[in-house]
Design a protein around this ligand. Structure first.
Ligand SMILES: Nc1nc2c(ncn2[C@@H]2O[C@H](COP(=O)(O)OP(=O)(O)OP(=O)(O)O)[C@@H](O)[C@H]2O)c(=O)[nH]1
Ligand SMILES: [Mg+2]
Length: 223
C-alpha cells in the first residue's frame, strides 16, 4: 500500500463525519429560514470589511459566525457595524469544520426572529476550507485584485467548488495589472455555473446587486 493510499483511507471517515454534521447544520439553519453563506478567501482579501458594509445595510437581518485562528477582532468589527456576530477561535486549525459551526449554532440559540442571512467567515486560506462543507446554501470565494489574476488556476479546488465568485477591491483596478476578464474566464472554465460579482467593500461598489442576489436566493430556497 502506498503512502498516498493510506492517507485517503484515513481522511475518508473524517469527511464522512463532517458531512453528516453539516447536514444537521443545514437543518438547524433552514428551520429558522436563514440563507447561509460560507465566505472563503485568503487572509486580507476583505471578508470582514464586506461584512461590515453588509451589517451597516442589513443590521438585524444579518447574523455572522467568524472563524479565526485567534482573537475576536473580526466579530467585534461586525458587532460595531450593527449585526450580531459569534467568534470561533480555532486555536491553530486553518479552516472551520461542520462540528465547530454546529457548536457555534448551539451557542447562538435561540435564533432571533429578525435574522434572514447567516454568513460564516471562514479562516483566511485558499486551500484548507475548500474541502469542508459546513451546511451552507452558498459557497462564496473572494479574490481581491492585489492577489493577482493568476490565482484561480493555482487554487482550483476552491474555485471549482464555489457557487459565487466575489472579485473584491475593484476600486484599485487602475493601480493594478489585474485582468478581470482573465480571472472570470478561468473561473468559468473550471465552473461554468459560477455567478460573479465585481465589488469594492471599501467604496460599496456592487453591494446593492450582491444583496439583491442573496435576497433572491433566500426567496428561492424558502418559496
Ligand atoms: N482598497 C480596498 N481595500 C479593501 C477593500 N476591502 C478590504 N480592504 C482592506 O483590506 C484589508 C484587509 O481587510 P479585511 O476585511 O480585514 O480582510 P479579511 O479577508 O477579513 O482578513 P482575515 O480575516 O485576516 O482573513 C484592510 O486594510 C481593508 O481596509 C476594498 O474593497 N478596497
Ligand atoms: Mg476577517
Amino acid at each position: 500500500m502506498t503512502e498516498r493510499t493510506k492517507k485517503v483511507k484515513m481522511l475518508s471517515p473524517v469527511m464522512k463525519r463532517n458531512n453528516m454534521i453539516a447536514v444537521q447544520n443545514r437543518k438547524t439553519i433552514t428551520d429558522s429560514k436563514l440563507l447561509c453563506i460560507n465566505l472563503i478567501s485568503s487572509p486580507g482579501a476583505g471578508k470582514t470589511t464586506l461584512l461590515e458594509r453588509l451589517a451597516e445595510r442589513l443590521g438585524g437581518r444579518l447574523a455572522v459566525i467568524e472563524g479565526d485562528v485567534q482573537t475576536s477582532r473580526d466579530a467585534n468589527r461586525v458587532n460595531r457595524a450593527g449585526s450580531y456576530a459569534f467568534q470561533i477561535e480555532t486555536g491553530g486549525s486553518c479552516h472551520l469544520d461542520a462540528g465547530s459551526v454546529s457548536e457555534a449554532l448551539q451557542e447562538m440559540k435561540p435564533f432571533r426572529d429578525e435574522w434572514e442571512f447567516l454568513v460564516i467567515e471562514n479562516v483566511g486560506n485558499l486551500i484548507c476550507p475548500s474541502g469542508y462543507f459546513l451546511g451552507e446554501h452558498i459557497t462564496a470565494g473572494m479574490l481581491s485584485l492585489p492577489e493577482g489574476d493568476d490565482k484561480i488556476m493555482k487554487y482550483p479546488a476552491l474555485f471549482t467548488r464555489i457557487d459565487t465568485l466575489l472579485l473584491n477591491k475593484i476600486d484599485l483596478e487602475a493601480q493594478l495589472r489585474f485582468d478581470l476578464k482573465r480571472a472570470e474566464n478561468e473561473c468559468r472554465s473550471l465552473n461554468p455555473d459560477v455567478s460573479i460579482y465585481r465589488i469594492s467593500a471599501e467604496t460599496s461598489q456592487g453591494l446593492d446587486e450582491l444583496i439583491r442576489y442573496f435576497e433572491s436566493e433566500r426567496t428561492q430556497v424558502y418559496s
